[in-house]
Ligand binder design. Structure first.
Ligand SMILES: Nc1nc(=O)c2c([nH]1)NC[C@@H]1CN(c3ccc(C(=O)N[C@@H](CCC(=O)O)C(=O)O)cc3)CN21
Ligand SMILES: CC(C)C(=O)C(=O)O
Ligand SMILES: [Mg+2]
Length: 284
């Protein structure tokens, strides 16, 4: 249910030709209070952004997972701010309603709160994002606070943080048993620093539930069980565009990879067999 966020009753902001209304951060907090779970998807291009916006996905994340899913790198570490900005601009230019969140890539904010603000400003100014996301727990509270003070909404991201995979020792579930309290401490610190929401990635369901209850800001789970306020998946995973191996937390809702392979094969057959172009596709 998209409620007021997707209704056409209110005038759009100046400079916009649209009558649909942008999802706002307070709508996300309102959905938490009302117990309405909401979806988030990644998007890296104009077509998927337009489709997900029309489908009523309130938040689109231009994830640094673009490293894997656009640029073909083996981890998310190599993607640059410039590589991200190009994609962020494509996505934000295509949406009418969805809130566009841009990931700050590895190395673009860890040095200092000042560096974090500089990168976040670029994502807003050049990428035209509506918010930014960064990975890390309580040690990044000053960074979140500085970006927030600059007037930029920040989404946090804790649990398994792929940019730290080498420090974490691989793809590991976080917050099991006695480690649950560390996840809660990180969550609280980020909320207190001004984060408007928080991704919990590969967090034990029990810990994720406890964090969700304790926080006033929405939690967005990926491999963090059913009790988060929202759920996020990478679009290439959930659509079957990614024909490779996916994590256990992924549910595949379509076979886009298979459909596209069929279309390419049919096109190739038609060209080779002389069935394309037909008279309908031909000018005289
Ligand atoms: N396509 C794609 N989907 C993602 O979810 C994703 C990316 N790319 N790139 C950036 C990060 C990396 N992420 C990942 C990638 C792999 C696993 C994974 O293989 N997990 C295993 C191991 C779990 C374990 O050993 O406990 C799994 O089976 O879920 C998890 C998160 C999440 N993000
Ligand atoms: C998996 C989500 C939360 C993410 O950070 C990304 O896609 O980069
Ligand atoms: Mg990311």
């Amino acid at each position: 249910m998209m409620t007021a966020a997707h209704s056409a009753e209110t005038a759009a902001p100046y400079g916009s030709g649209s009558t649909r209304k942008r999802v706002r951060i307070h709508h996300l907090q309102e959905m938490k209070r009302n117990g309405e779970a909401w979806p988030m998807l990644t998007s890296y291009d104009m077509y998927t952004a337009r489709i997900f916006d029309e489908a009523g996905i309130p938040v689109l994340l231009v994830g640094d997972s673009a490293a894997n899913n656009v640029y073909g790198y083996d981890t998310s570490l190599p993607v640059t701010v410039d590589e991200m900005i190009t994609l962020v601009r494509a996505v934000s230019g295509a949406v009418q309603t969805s809130l566009v969140v841009a990931d700050l890539p590895f190395g673009s904010y860890q040095e200092s709160p000042e560096q974090a603000v500089r990168t976040a400003v670029r994502m807003m100014k050049e990428g035209r994002a509506h918010a930014v996301k960064l990975e890390g727990g309580r040690r990044f509270a000053p960074h979140v606070e500085a970006i927030t003070a600059a007037g930029i909404p920040v989404m946090g991201h804790i649990g398994f943080t792929p940019q730290s995979e080498h420090a974490l020792g691989g793809y590991r579930v976080q917050g099991r048993g006695e480690h649950a309290s560390a996840v809660l401490d990180d969550a609280r610190a980020l909320q207190d620093a001004g984060a408007f929401s928080l991704v919990l990635e590969m967090v034990a369901a029990e810990a994720a539930k406890h964090v969700t209850t304790e926080l006033t800001i929405p939690t967005i789970g990926i491999g963090a069980g059913p009790d988060c306020d929202a759920q996020v998946l990478v679009w290439t995973d959930m659509s079957g565009m990614n024909t490779g191996r996916t994590a256990r937390f992924v549910k595949k809702y379509a076979d886009l990879g298979g459909i596209l392979a069929q279309a390419a094969t049919s096109f190739a057959e038609d060209v080779r067999g002389g069935q394309f172009p037909a008279p309908d596709h031909t000018f005289h």
